[in-house]
Design a protein around this ligand. Structure first.
Ligand code: RI2
Length: 312
């Protein structure tokens, strides 16, 4: 359990971050843990796997890619521990491979929406969104990017590094400057941590105000999201929990202690209604947000009436 707990800890403290990356890390974590479980009864093995799955899912509450990845692996079958282990390995490796190719496919599909000379605004650090920009650049389109810092964790610094390495001209701006620069923008491209059945997108805090500014300026907003970021549980009416992170990400503890009447609110994500989103670019096609239910039904195997899906 030690290695699995370490993976869980890394996801929690965001050493491993990004909705797609944490999904792949969880699948790999479950796979490796399963292979290390010693001889015993199949039932004990299954219980240990459920315990491990729960631990991973509890690390970050918002990114739906995490429980979806865990569920993809926990569908394993086997009449013996050896069979179960083999099937877990197959499912986890399959998930990881599909996830990596989904990011590339999203790049290919999304790049069609980018024109030569476009200025793209992005927020936070999304590998799926960057895949679109990288594919457009690789396809010979002369694009430039305006990237936000993405306080309080500064994921924008990861974005500018990746874009710089790709050779894309990039400007870094403070989060509060998105409306100021919207007039220079042709298109907004961002990632997602979750997409609900009604087509709302949950992504890094600030996404909804950027989308609102784009809507006001009549600029298109494209969300890059693999199918495993769609939330089956939203079909049951469940709301996506918005992760509230530690105040020390915003202000140092000793500084905060100087005040008697001040507290910090630090939600990591917000919800962008589908009205502000033109397209969700998935690996199976670019869809309007209204088609989210179709993705959940066709690609995640959940439809209306499937009320009973647990970990297995
Ligand atoms: P990819 C990140 O969350 C950001 O909100 C980003 O837009 C989203 O995951 C998707 O990232 P965090 O882990 O899967 O930084 O596209 O809180 O890389």
């Amino acid at each position: 359990m030690k290695q699995l707990s370490e993976t869980a800890q890394k996801i929690k403290n965001m050493e491993i971050r990004g909705a797609g990356r944490i999904a792949r890390a969880a699948a790999a974590g479950l796979r490796d843990y399963s292979q290390r479980i010693g001889i015993g009864k199949l039932e004990e093995f299954n219980n240990k796997m459920i315990e491990a799955a729960r631990l991973l899912i509890s690390t970050r509450p918002t990114a739906v890619s995490l429980p979806n990845a865990v569920r993809a692996v926990m569908r394993y079958k086997g009449d013996s521990i050896d069979e179960a282990k083999a099937n877990i390995k197959e499912l986890a490796d399959g998930f990881i491979l599909n996830s990596e190719s989904a990011v590339l496919k999203i790049g290919e599909i999304g790049a069609h929406r980018i024109r030569d000379g476009d200025t793209i605004m992005t927020h936070c650090n999304s590998s799926a969104a960057i895949s679109i920009m990288a594919a457009a650049h690789k396809g010979g389109k002369n694009i430039s990017v305006i990237a936000t810092e993405s306080r309080p964790r500064w994921q924008g610094h990861l974005t500018i590094r990746q874009l710089d390495e790709t050779g894309i001209k990039t400007s870094l701006i403070v989060d509060s400057a998105v409306r100021y620069f919207m007039k220079e923008v042709d298109l907004v491209v961002m990632g997602a941590d979750a997409v609900t059945a009604n087509g709302s997108v949950i992504n890094k805090i600030g996404t909804s105000q950027l989308a609102l500014a784009a809507h006001e300026a009549r600029k298109n907003v494209i969300i890059a999201a693999e199918t495993y970021k769609f939330s089956p549980k939203s079909l049951l009416g469940e709301l996506i929990e918005i992760e509230e992170r530690n105040s020390s990400e915003v202000i140092a503890d000793e500084k905060l202690r100087e005040f008697s009447n001040v507290s910090v609110k630090n939600p990591a994500f917000d919800v962008t209604p589908r009205e502000y989103i033109d397209l969700i670019c998935t690996e199976v096609g670019a869809i309007p947000p209204e088609m989210a239910y179709f993705i959940i039904k066709e690609y995640l195997g959940w439809g209306l009436g499937d009320m009973d899906q647990g970990l297995k």
